[in-house]
Design a protein around this ligand. Structure first.
Ligand code: PHE
Ligand code: ZN
Length: 877
């Protein structure tokens, strides 16, 4: 059913469910077009609910076959049903059994929610509200049930049958060619964690022995013929399971843990209890097909979904407003895991880049919302960077504020106290307040108040007194529905650096406290810290490790920044100083000023000394701030072409200035060893690619020659794609040849072709629009597959700033047309694509007008899905 506007759901309207469903027994006969679902529920009134309420179950596009209560088949006058719901008016007993038979057509399910087909297999996706597309149910996360699932299918159609929990029985149905499997999950769970898989899959499995000695079979199942590419995912799973034991004391709790990779998936992956279902992009990897970034992504997503077993499944959310309870916390946990497995500073820099590009952008525009929203129309639109990434930052700040020991005690208390429940943010924070003895009332504001706080710092050195007065102030700009903002609790980790790079001792007058780790808590609009006992003017290094998700405005001059870039003991701020210097060069170029070269000199110095000690870090240093970073800094009347040109000019100048260093690095970092995706080799390749990119900007001829050689010689996807990414920016025969070679080599590998689609969609040239229209007709492209859409249209809209924001508005029209064409088929993916317009209001007037017109055209279209209608409506508010 398609509606124009869905009703608003409000947190303040939450009330306990009137009924509970303790057990669910499903008997599902899989069929490509007519799957029969027989569901038995044991229902009872919730003591906390209304005593006389009818039973109201949700459905979505369901065909009802029968309803039976306590063994008696109900007649049509005894209930009300349509495809969207089923109501038993009563009077109803305190407890009763209910049997519902429904029919669903998985082949017709293009929304990829509920039961659908992918690559010839059956799979499900139930978060947030997909279970109601399988049977009528109390489809809300605070209804927890024990599930038993019997699956039946033709053996030839689906030799493998998986569901949540442990396998209890399997067998043939003699004489029918059919077989069955019965799965039982003893852990009560909400319906959004239900899953089943049926089909022909290749399996890679091993035994995992938990800390207490329990044996678990862990398995990764992939589409037939792809088993060699499953090994890294299985390895990442084993490491994740061990890490959660050692770091958080969390053990796995079933006999099996299954991961299934499917090629059609709306999101990254899903944490269904004991049966994670993944977008195969986050499972499949080999040196020939996956980049180091892909390997890192697999490691992260495997860990993320596994960690949900405790933070999400054992403890779930009371309602969808609490989504950050599981997502923010689980992102924090996966970030910590990757930091432990790889380089902590480099991971932090990468995470902050994502936070700024995604979350800061979202938070500065019409789609801004609190980490715990108070209202929604379509919950699918709240799986956002704010809920996930800013949600993780809140957990990280909590740990800085109370310290790691109290944080761990708080987590232990949370696991002990909330296990088996559907919890809230208040429950979560309560555990940390208790464990630390601190009042977290003010801190809780981070969940309520949207927008990115701006922290402004200014300092005064008094040589005679040997003091440095640092004044910090905070302000948060208004966001939709929140015109005025209160001060937040902002942990600011800081240090003082002397001109020659020494860390200066920290002593303050007693009004302000800076603890031994350099932590100062800014919890009012303004504060002043007076540092004493100084014998030289200090350079303040503020917000070390990016200790809070804020924008920092400081008055450091270029010389101060060079000091931090050279000497800051905090790697994040060392990197940040380089980024700030580069930003200043780009902003100067936009004003037509000549380029100051102190940064080039400092970078040259860095490349010859520190860079080789930590190549992964050096690669981050070499990557200039993105066009989106610069746009965010400017904040209004954005002309993406002007930003692009200025950034390119700076990149060219730096590339030319540093050519000898870069050429030397690029040569020295070549390796003849066999490919390994470990941190050290990943760092080396990252720096090699970054050096190539910069040197090609400085000298296109030399760059194209080196890139072509790297492309031809590479024995791994990271270097091959790194070279191709440089070549696509240089028009000419070398580019055309490389693109054709790549397509021929990987013509049968859709995930690799996605990289080819994405690179071309990102080319900052006028011709890209026509190129995209042509690529959309490529045989490997399909509007039915979310990965293809994201690769082609998503990359264009999200990364190609000059062409999406063409002055003639054709980039906006292309995305608007695509959103409308996609909406009938897959509203979730369509709505996500439309969020590319989220910063339209800060554009210069001509582009702003064109973007608004495209958005209005979408919003005015009849029969929009609630998903697209919600994004279009809020974007225009
Ligand atoms: N819960 C999933 C995760 O973050 C994301 C997801 C949401 C997947 C909704 C599918 C649908 O791990
Ligand atoms: Zn998650």
């Amino acid at each position: 059913m398609r509606t124009d506007t869905a009703p608003v759901v409000r947190l303040e309207d939450y009330r306990p469910t009137d009924f509970l469903i303790d057990t669910v027994v499903l008997d599902i006969a899989l069929d490509a077009t007519a799957t029969r679902v027989h569901a038995d529920f044991s229902v009872r009134r919730n003591p906390a609910g209304r005593a006389d309420a009818p039973l109201v179950l949700q459905g979505d596009e369901l065909v009802l076959l029968s309803v039976t209560r306590d063994g008696v088949r109900l007649t049509a006058d005894q209930y009300q049903a349509d495809p969207q719901g089923l109501i038993l008016p009563g009077p109803l007993p305190e407890s009763f059994s209910l049997t519902i038979e429904t029919m669903v057509n998985p082949s017709a399910n293009t929304k990829l929610m509920g039961l659908y087909r992918s690559g010839g297999n059956y799979c499900t996706q139930c978060e947030a509200e997909g279970f109601r597309r399988i049977t009528y149910f109390l489809d809300r996360p605070d209804v927890l049930s024990v599930y038993t699932t019997r699956l039946e299918a033709a053996r030839a159609d689906a030799p493998l049958l998986l569901a949540n929990g442990n396998l209890v029985e399997r067998g043939d149905i003699p004489g029918t060619g059919r077989h069955y499997a019965v799965w039982h999950d003893p852990h009560p769970k909400p319906a959004y964690l239900f899953a089943l898989v049926g089909g022909t899959l290749d399996t890679l499995a091993e035994e995992f022995v938990t800390a207490s000695g329990r044996k678990v079979e862990i398995a990764v199942h992939v589409e037939a013929g792809k088993r060699e590419r499953a090994a890294y995912a299985l390895d990442a799973l084993r490491r994740s399971m061990r890490w959660d034991e050692t770091t958080f004391g969390r053990e796995y709790d079933l006999d099996v843990f299954n991961v299934v990779a499917v090629s059609d998936f709306n999101m990254g992956a899903m944490e269904n209890k004991g049966l994670n279902i993944f977008n195969d992009k986050y499972v499949l990897a080999s040196s020939d097909t996956a980049t180091d970034a892909d390997y890192a992504g697999i490691e992260t997503v495997i860990a993320h979904e596994y960690f949900h077993n405790w933070t999400g499944n054992r403890i779930t959310c009371r309602d969808w407003f609490q989504l950050c309870l599981k997502e923010g916390l689980t992102v924090f946990r996966d970030q910590e895991f990757s930091a432990d497995e790889r380089s902590r500073p480099v991971k932090r820099i990468a995470d902050v880049r994502t936070l700024r590009t995604q979350q800061f952008a979202e938070d500065s525009g019409p789609l801004s919302h609190p980490v715990r929203p108070r209202t929604y129309r379509e919950i699918n639109n709240f799986y956002t960077a704010t809920v996930y990434e800013k949600g993780a930052e809140i957990v990280r700040m909590l740990r800085s504020l109370i310290g790691p020991a109290a944080f761990r005690r708080g987590m232990d208390l949370y696991f002990a106290r909330c296990d088996g429940t559907a919890a809230t943010i208040e429950d979560f924070l309560g555990c940390f307040a208790e464990a630390s003895g601190r009042d977290l009332g003010h801190f809780a504001q981070w969940y309520e108040q949207a927008g990115t706080p701006v922290v402004t710092a200014s300092g005064q050195y008094d040589a005679a007194a040997g003091t440095y007065r640092l004044t910090l102030s905070q302000a948060t700009p208004p966001t939709p529905g929140q015109p005025t903002k209160a001060p937040m609790v902002i942990p600011i980790v800081l240090g003082l650096v002397g001109a020659s790079g020494d860390a200066l001792p920290i002593a303050t007058t007693n009004e302000a406290t800076v603890d031994a780790d350099g932590l100062f808590v800014l919890d009012s609009a303004n504060a002043t810290i007076t540092f004493t006992g100084l014998t030289e003017r200090p350079v303040p290094s503020l917000l070390r490790g990016f200790s809070a998700p804020v924008r920092l405005e400081s008055e450091l001059d270029d010389d101060d920044l060079v000091v931090l870039f050279r000497h800051d003991s905090d790697p994040f701020n060392q990197w940040q100083a380089g980024q700030t210097l580069a930003t200043r060069l780009i902003l100067a170029a936009m004003r037509g000023e000549t380029v100051n070269t102190r940064f080039g000199e400092a970078l040259g110095h860095f490349l010859d000394s520190d860079a080789r000690n930590d190549p992964a870090f050096a690669a981050q240093v070499l990557a200039l701030p993105s066009e989106a970073d610069i746009a965010r800094d400017i904040g209004r009347d954005i002309n993406p072409t002007a930003i692009h040109n200025a950034r390119l000019a700076v990149k060219r100048a730096l590339g030319a200035e540093l050519a000898p260093h870069l050429n030397a690095l690029h040569g020295a970092l070549q390796s003849s060893e066999a490919y390994r995706p470990d941190a050290a080799n990943t760092g080396r390749r990252a720096l090699r690619n970054a050096a190539l990119d910069l040197l090609a900007a400085g000298d296109a001829t030399e760059g194209a020659a080196r890139a072509t050689a790297q492309f031809d010689e590479a024995d791994n996807m990271t270097e091959r794609l790194g070279a191709l990414a440089v070549l696509v920016l240089i028009p000419g025969a070398a580019r055309d040849h490389a693109l054709a070679t790549f397509a021929a080599r990987y013509g049968d590998n859709p995930l690799v072709l996605d990289k080819w689609f994405a690179l071309q969609a990102g080319i900052p040239e006028e011709g890209t629009l026509d190129r995209i229209t042509e690529l959309a007709r490529h045989p490997a492209f399909s509007m039915g597959n979310p990965n293809r859409i994201r690769a082609l249209f998503g990359s264009f809209a999200m990364t190609n700033a000059t062409q999406f924001n063409r002055e003639d508005g054709r980039g906006y029209d292309l995305i608007a047309d695509t959103v409308l064409a996609l909406d009938a088929r897959n509203p979730q993916v369509a709505a996500r694509l439309l969020t590319a317009f989220r910063t339209w209001r800060v554009l210069e007037p001509i582009r702003r007008g064109k973007a608004e017109a495209a958005l209005r055209r979408v919003a005015a279209t009849q029969g929009l899905s609630p998903d697209v209608s919600d994004i279009a409506g809020r974007s225009l508010e």
